[in-house]
Ligand binder design. Structure first.
Ligand SMILES: Nc1ncnc2c1ncn2[C@@H]1O[C@H](COP(=O)(O)OP(=O)(O)OP(=O)(O)O)[C@@H](O)[C@H]1O
Length: 504
């Protein structure tokens, strides 16, 4: 990677990755090994980066791309066909496999950009390889699996497990249409499901992950669930989404003026994305491991107002300011003594602010004391581009806006402890209200807990982790270790963040 990066501007680099996908993947891996001082990696890196090999791989890639368009009628020659068959080993067809040393399961490790597997759209990193042409490969040595795959040439029928995140709740015992309620599997939003059989268009078979059960249960297919949702929507059309953006007025953006939770609930949380009557019932996910040269994932903290989201965010940044950073908000208020443009705020005119609103540049924005404040998507990118971990706290509806391939957000729900624990731990806590600054935080605990439960119930399909904020120091330490894992260990993310060209 180092070799390719040198002297290549971003546009050229993009093109190179496309043209030389296979080689780049390998060189990247070896480059990583070089930085870890693995014996022999330097020599291998130099060999793989040699111009003659680059040229050879380019020819090879071109040959393969052309071969994809051959038909019986336009195949250039029998020699070309023979060469194509010779080169069509499973690795070259575009996917590599690896074995989990603990379970013995065989997974798709990598899908080579532009290869057959990539073009088919059927295989994704993290998919579990279950069968090849009806023969189980579970527990086999990878070499054995490769042997079977080599024998297939390009006529293989793979059966891979697909992993899906449930975005809705399902109870088979309440579903009169299920063929056999006892064989059904209940799940709730946020559950990770390993779908092992999709051969039936209406009913799939799946297991929960991590799972104890060795047998699968019956779940409705995506289209079956969607038609159920449509039926429900016609029966209860008043449940349709009514949330009005912009939503965010958290105090952490120096905006939120505390009103009754009940008022907020009516206007916002009851209308979280999950109540959208025709929501996507399942989201396909795959394991993703951030590469060292990639931007960090955006860290989003979500929680009921007053639970301590902002306090935790500030503490994290104070604990390690060279690693964690928040985005610099924009404001139309004049700069005060001691403030510096771009440090406390980006100071902008009302016209520019409104232009940014029209162009959807703000994640959240609002007005306080006659001035506009907002946090822009560009400010988030600025932090990430500097190699820092960007931490933000937002209102639940804003998650949708931030869920993108470029930001790959990792969402942590800050959960309220029980009211008694709140009363004990928040004895000295203060809140800022619309009419009194630093009001003692006394009778809000029940409402706060209620709100916290509501957010969890409505949005848990978007949460990657949950931290209960009982003791501030414990919660802060937990957050640190969760964030490190989120950045450095494999995590389940939507497949579209890996493959689509969705951009913010
Ligand atoms: N675990 C805790 N123990 C004691 N006090 C806490 C704890 N967590 C937060 N607090 C205090 O509770 C008050 C509210 O916290 P914070 O300002 O972080 O709320 P918030 O969730 O960001 O809500 P808002 O967005 O409305 O500000 C602060 O005074 C904070 O110091």
């Amino acid at each position: 990677k180092d070799v390719f990066d040198r002297g290549i501007n971003p546009a050229t680099k993009k093109k190179k990755i496309k043209n030389e996908g296979l080689q780049l993947h390998v060189v990247e891996d070896v480059g990583e090994a070089v930085s870890r001082n693995i014996s022999g990696a330097q020599l291998l890196h130099e060999l793989l980066s040699a111009p003659w090999l680059r040229a050879l791989l380019k020819v090879f890639h071109k040959f393969f791309v052309d071969a994809m368009h051959w038909t019986r009628a336009n195949c250039p020659s029998p020699d070309a066909l023979e060469l194509y068959n010779l080169l069509s080993s499973p690795h070259i067809q575009g996917a590599t496999i690896r074995r989990d040393e603990e379970t013995g399961d065989i997974y798709i490790a990598r899908v080579i950009h532009g290869g057959l597997a990539d073009r088919s759209g059927l295989l994704h990193p993290g998919d579990l390889l279950v069968e090849v042409n009806g023969n189980s490969v579970l527990g086999l040595e990878p070499e054995k699996v490769i042997h079977i795959l080599v024998g297939l040439q390009d006529k293989g029928l793979f059966m891979v497990s697909v992993y899906m995140r449930a975005m809705v709740d399902y109870y088979p015992l309440q579903d009169s249409s299920i063929p056999c309620p006892d064989a059904g599997m209940a799940f709730s939003r946020g559950d990770l499901l390993e779908v092992v059989d999709q051969s039936d268009a209406q009913w799939w078979q799946a297991r929960k992950v991590p799972c104890g059960a060795s047998f699968a249960g019956l779940i409705p297919s995506a289209s079956t669930l969607r038609s159920k949702q449509r039926e429900q929507w016609w029966c209860h059309p008043s449940q349709v989404h009514t949330c009005i953006r912009p939503s965010g007025f958290r105090r952490s953006f120096r905006l939120w003026r505390r009103t009754s939770y009940k008022r907020r609930r009516q206007s916002c949380t009851s209308c979280t994305p999950s109540t959208n009557a025709l929501a996507t019932p399942y989201e396909e996910v795959a394991l993703y491991q951030r590469l060292p040269q990639e931007n960090h994932r955006l860290i989003i903290l979500i929680g009921a107002s007053g639970v301590g989201v902002n306090e935790l965010r500030k503490r994290l940044i104070k604990l390690n300011p060279s690693t964690f950073q928040g985005p610099v908000p924009h404001t139309t208020r004049p700069m005060r003594d001691g403030e510096q443009a771009g440090r406390e705020y980006h100071f902008v005119t009302k016209e520019l602010f409104e232009y940014m609103v029209c162009n959807h540049r703000f994640v959240e924005y609002g007005e306080s004391k006659g001035h506009l404040y907002g946090t822009s998507i560009d400010a988030i990118h600025d932090v990430l581009k500097r190699g820092r971990m960007c931490i933000i706290d937002v209102e639940p509806p804003s998650i949708h806006f931030l869920r993108s391939r470029t930001l790959k957000p990792y969402v942590i729900f800050i959960k309220a402890p029980g009211p008694e624990c709140l009363r004990q731990s928040r004895r000295n806590a203060r809140i800022i209200t619309g009419y009194a600054v630093n009001r003692a935080f006394t009778d809000d605990f029940l409402e706060l807990e209620e709100m916290s439960q509501l957010i969890e119930a409505k949005c848990k399909q978007y949460f990657d982790s949950v931290v209960v904020n009982d003791d501030l120091q414990d919660a802060c330490m937990q957050l640190c270790s969760i964030i490190q894992q989120a950045q450095n260990e494999p995590q389940w993310i939507p497949v579209c963040w890996l493959t689509s060209s969705q951009q913010m």
